[in-house]
Design a protein. Structure first.
Lengths: 407, 82
C-alpha cells in the first residue's frame, strides 16, 4: 500500500508537560497534572470547582509577547504544540499548496470573548480590542497554525465538543486519502479554565467537585467517580502520505489504520453506546484488521458516572476483554477539544514503546467492569504488528474512533 | 497629568513592541507606521486603542489614517491631552 497515512511528527503542551517527552514521561510515571487553582477569580466569583489541569509550562514562557497578545490562549497552545510537531517531522520543505491544517477546538476563544465583554461593560465600546474577532473565532488556532507552517491547501476546524480532537485527525487522514494534500498538521486545542465554563459544566453535573482532593478527582471506572476534571492544552500530529514520508526519509511513528465517525441523533448531552459502537466498528472495518490485532485502547473515559461504563460495555462488545485499556484523563484531566489529539499521541507512544500508560486513582473499580483496565503502573504491550484504538465522544452525540497501527 | 512628547514616544514604542515585537529603539518619530514599521491596519487600530487608554485621550477612527508617522501620533496625542 503506497497511500497509507502515517504519523511523522508529534507536539504537545499539557498539564503533564510542555512537550511530548516530558508529558509522556509523566504519564508513564502515573503523575497527576491536576492542581488547586490559585487565581483570584476562584474566591472572587465563588467558583464551584476549584481545581483543574493547567499547563505544566505556561504558554507565555515559550511564546513572544506579541504572540500572547494577538492570540487567544487556545491558539497559543496550538501554536506551541504545532512548532514541536513540525520540528519533530523535520520541518520538511514542500509545496505549500499540498500542506493543510485541521485543528479543532471544542469551545473556541472563550477567554477572549468574555474578557472583552468585561472591557466593554467596564470601560465602554472603544476599549474592546480590534483583535477580538480574530482571537475568539474557533478557526483561529487552525489559521494560526497554517500561517506558522505556510499551509495553503486548506485550514479546517471541526467543532464537535470533546470528539473534536479525534475527529480532526480522522479528517486529516481523509484529506490525504482524497489526494488534496500530502501533509496535514492535525489535532486539537482548548483553553477553557475560566469561571464561566467551570460553572457551566458544574451546573450540568458533569464536573467533579472533589475540591479537597484535586489530584484524586479524575478516577475513571472507580465507583466513587463524580465527574470529569477540566484540563487545558493542545496536541498536534503531522500526518503524511506514506509514499511522501518514505521518499524524504522521514521518521515514521505509526500509521492511521482506520477512522470511524458517527452521530447519535438522540440527545444533545447524553452519550449513546449504540453510536459509539458503530464508530468503533466502522474504524475496524476500514482498517481491515481484526479485533485480535487490537492490543490497547486509550478510552474516552472522562470519569463521569454514566459515560465510563457505557463506553466500557462498547469496548467489550467490539473487542472482548483482551485489549489493555488506559484512561489517561485520570492524569491529564479532560482537555475537551484537545483531548482526542493528546490521547492519539499517547496511543502512538504506547505503540512505539510497547507500554500502555496507567490509569490512576482507581481504588475501587466498578465490580462489573468488562474490560482489562491498566491501573497504577504501565503495562507491557506485545511485540510484532499491533494496533490500538483511541476513542473521542462529545456532547451533541459525536463519536470518533481512530485506529493507530504500528509500522 | 499631561505627558511630554518624549514620554509619549517612549510609551508608543512600548506599545508597538508589545503588539509587534519590534524593538523599542526602532520606533522613532520619523518612522512611517506602514512603510517602515510594517504595521497593518488591524494592528494600527490595536496600537491606537491601547494608546488611548494609556494616555487618556480619544483618537477618532477618521483621524487614524492621518497619523502616517510615529511623530504624527506623538503630536496628536500631546495636543489631544491638553
Amino acid at each position: 500500500m503506497t497511500n497509507h497515512v502515517v504519523i511523522t511528527g508529534l507536539g504537545v503542551t499539557s498539564p503533564l508537560g510542555g512537550d511530548v517527552a516530558s508529558t509522556w514521561e509523566a504519564a508513564l510515571a502515573g503523575r497527576s497534572g491536576v492542581n488547586t487553582l490559585e487565581h483570584d477569580w476562584v474566591e472572587q466569583y465563588d467558583a464551584p470547582v476549584r481545581f483543574a489541569g493547567e499547563l505544566a509550562v505556561p504558554a507565555a514562557e515559550v511564546l513572544s509577547v506579541p504572540e500572547t497578545r494577538r492570540m487567544d490562549p487556545s491558539a497559543q497552545y496550538a501554536v506551541v504544540a504545532a512548532r514541536e510537531a513540525w520540528a519533530d517531522a523535520g520541518s520538511p520543505e514542500l509545496d505549500p499548496t499540498r500542506l493543510a491544517t485541521v485543528v479543532a477546538s471544542g469551545i473556541g476563544g472563550v477567554w477572549t470573548l468574555l474578557s472583552q465583554w468585561d472591557n466593554y461593560k467596564e470601560k465602554g465600546p472603544r476599549r474592546v480590542s480590534p483583535l477580538t474577532v480574530p482571537m475568539l473565532m474557533p478557526n483561529a488556532p487552525s489559521a494560526q497554525v497554517s500561517m506558522l507552517v505556510g499551509a495553503r491547501a486548506g485550514a479546517h476546524t471541526p467543532v464537535s465538543a470533546c470528539a473534536s480532537g479525534a475527529e480532526a485527525i480522522g479528517y486529516a487522514a481523509q484529506i490525504i486519502l482524497s489526494g488534496r494534500a500530502d501533509v496535514v498538521l492535525a489535532g486539537g486545542t482548548e483553553a477553557p479554565i475560566h469561571p464561566l465554563p467551570l460553572a457551566a459544566f458544574a451546573r450540568m453535573q458533569a464536573l467533579s467537585t472533589r475540591n479537597d482532593d484535586p489530584q484524586g478527582a479524575s478516577r475513571p471506572y472507580d465507583v466513587t467517580r463524580d465527574g470529569f476534571v477540566m484540563g487545558e492544552g493542545a496536541g498536534i500530529v503531522v500526518l503524511e502520505r506514506e509514499s511522501h514520508a518514505r521518499a524524504r526519509g522521514a521518521h515514521i511513528y505509526a500509521r492511521i489504520a482506520g477512522f470511524g465517525i458517527t452521530s447519535d441523533a438522540a440527545d444533545i448531552a447524553a452519550p449513546s453506546p449504540e453510536g459509539q459502537e458503530r464508530a468503533m466498528r466502522a474504524a475496524l472495518a476500514e482498517s481491515e484488521l481484526s479485533a485480535s490485532d487490537i492490543v490497547h485502547v486509550n478510552a474516552h473515559a472522562t470519569s463521569t458516572p454514566v459515560g465510563d461504563m457505557g463506553e466500557a460495555g462498547v469496548i467489550a462488545k467490539v473487542l472482548g476483554d483482551r485489549a489493555a485499556v488506559s484512561a489517561t484523563k485520570s492524569m491529564t484531566g479532560h482537555l475537551l477539544g484537545g483531548a482526542g489529539a493528546l490521547e492519539t499521541i499517547f496511543t502512538v507512544l504506547a505503540l512505539r514503546d510497547r507500554k500502555a500508560p496507567p490509569t490512576i486513582n482507581v481504588t475501587q473499580p466498578e465490580p462489573d467492569l468488562p474490560i482489562d483496565l491498566v491501573r497504577d503502573v504501565p503495562r507491557d504491550l506485545p511485540a510484532g504488528d499491533v494496533a490500538a484504538f483511541n476513542n473521542g465522544f462529545g456532547f451533541g452525540g459525536h463519536n470518533a474512533s481512530l485506529i493507530i497501527a504500528s509500522v | 497629568m499631561a505627558h511630554s512628547e518624549d514620554e509619549i514616544l517612549a510609551g508608543l514604542a512600548e506599545i508597538v513592541n508589545e503588539e509587534t515585537g519590534l524593538p523599542t529603539d526602532a520606533v522613532t518619530t520619523d518612522k512611517s507606521f506602514t512603510e517602515d514599521l510594517d504595521i497593518d491596519s488591524l494592528t494600527m487600530m490595536t496600537v491606537v486603542s491601547v494608546a488611548e487608554e494609556k494616555f487618556g485621550v480619544t483618537i477618532p477612527d477618521e483621524e487614524v489614517k492621518n497619523l502616517a508617522t510615529v511623530g504624527d501620533a506623538v503630536r496628536y496625542i500631546a495636543q489631544a491631552q491638553s
